[in-house]
Design a binder for this molecule. Sequence first.
Ligand SMILES: [Zn+2]
Length: 243
Amino acid sequence: MKAAPSDQRLLLDIVDLDARIERAEAARRNPPQAARVKELIARRNELGRDLVSRSNARDDLKLSLARVESDIDVARKRTDRDRDRLGRTAIARDAQALESEIASLAVRIDALETQQLDLMEQLETAEAAVAEQQAILDAVTAEGQQLSIEAKDAIQKASEEITALTRDRAAVAERIPDDLLAEYTRIAARQVGAGLFQHGTCGGCHIALSPTGLSALQATPLSDVAHCEDCGCIIIRTEESGL
Ligand SMILES: [Zn+2]
């Protein structure tokens, strides 16, 4: 295939633009924050489950405490009522029974108050555990939200870059003869489509040409499209090629 050396050289711009488009597409598909966001979502679910169990434990303690306090209230009211009756009774046997009940109620109230203090202490610890877990969850949520915003920005930037690069590529491609561009496209579908020949090495595969390959290349007119004997890409020869 024949092609003007200046047209062949344009393929190097296409190679560069294609590589940049590919990088931008990779960044759009998988922004740098994506892996961490995924991690944080998993962590958040885990923390959420733990928060639920800690909250349940706290609520159970609250219920137990409410029950004990209600029992104390009942026992105190009963004591008050017994004292009131005791003050008004003239029957010794009744007074004795009331005094005995007041004494056993005092023992019961004492035991319940010990339970109450114990539950209050446990509740305090449980409240702290819930608050601690909530704070961790909030921090993870905040980090996730921040990273999601940054990821969206990165995707947006990559999209804009792709649009600009695609426009640039079209402008360069327009200047390349159809058959040469088709040849490049065919090769570029599976590997680097073209490479600058420099220091005896192909710019596509970075492998040095064999002495036979080099002689053949030197014998090939610049207006002929040459291919690398190793990777098959179009070898671009310029003043830098040292041929
Ligand atoms: Zn090569």
